[in-house]
Design a protein around this ligand. Structure first.
Ligand code: SAH
Length: 221
């Protein structure tokens, strides 16, 4: 890895500040989200050959056919999730680790699951360095992490064909789950609030495009 990849220069910070201003103009209001995204160097999560793309408001390939989500999408999902300091948050779809890092910077204790072994291994090797508040798991997000439940918040960062019941079961009462739901090219951003053991409330927040949440077993490659 080139040393320059993990150097956060004034130029990077300047580009990041511009990106955060852009997110504000696009309607992101939550200062906790914007502050965390101002602090986390998104270019740490890119291959060093593509650093110049890190501060555009675009998704980008990260290998294994996956993408790091668009900054606006990360901000939008983080805002919908209403994360507070000290909350236990489960993320499905670790990918580059960027979204998990934003949640950790907001003060959450993050448990994140990835089904692609290569992406998981890459992060396990601390490339990039992750916060001590993030626990990485290799496995299937449809099953969640029953051994670590319940969670205050659950965030799915891949297109879910439906809301997995196992995940709703792992939410605390009063907890919130955010997921892009849809089987086709476009998904509906959906927020589920668990009102009681048996009742949920659902609200929707526009359309987005995510890579699919894969239904087969976690692969080794
Ligand atoms: N949150 C990521 C971007 C997610 S892209 C980031 O900040 O970079 C979606 C990720 O979900 C991909 O890495 C993909 O491999 C993973 N994924 C897809 N299906 C999954 C499943 N069933 N369980 C866990 N992870 C899954």
């Amino acid at each position: 890895m080139a040393l320059s990849k993990l150097t956060d220069t004034f130029r990077h910070k300047g580009l990041r500040n511009n990106l955060i201003e852009l997110l504000r103009t696009k309607g992101i209001l939550d200062d906790n989200v914007l502050n965390a995204m101002t602090i986390i160097p998104r270019h740490f999560f890119f291959d060093s050959s593509f650093l110049e793309f890190a501060y555009e408001d675009k998704a980008f390939p990260i290998g294994s056919g996956q993408t790091i989500s668009q900054p606006y999408t990360v901000a939008f999902q983080s805002e919908l999730l209403k994360v507070e300091k000290g909350m236990r948050v489960l993320e499905v779809g670790t990918g580059s680790g960027y979204q998990a890092s934003v949640l950790a910077e907001m003060g959450a204790k993050v448990y994140t699951i990835e089904r692609q072994k290569l992406l998981y291994d890459n992060l396990k090797l601390q490339n990039p360095p992750l916060s001590y508040r993030i626990k990485l798991f290799y496995g299937d997000g449809y099953a969640g992490l029953p051994a670590f439940a319940p969670f205050d918040r659950i965030l799915i960062t891949a297109a879910a064909p439906f809301i997995p019941e196992a995940l709703v079961n792992q939410l605390k009462t009063g907890g919130i789950l955010v997921a892009p739901v849809g089987k086709n090219d476009v998904q509906i951003m959906t927020r589920v609030t668990k009102l009681s053991e048996t009742e949920i409330k659902t609200d929707t927040h526009g359309t987005f495009r995510f890579v699919p949440m894969l239904t087969d077993k976690a692969k080794d490659v």
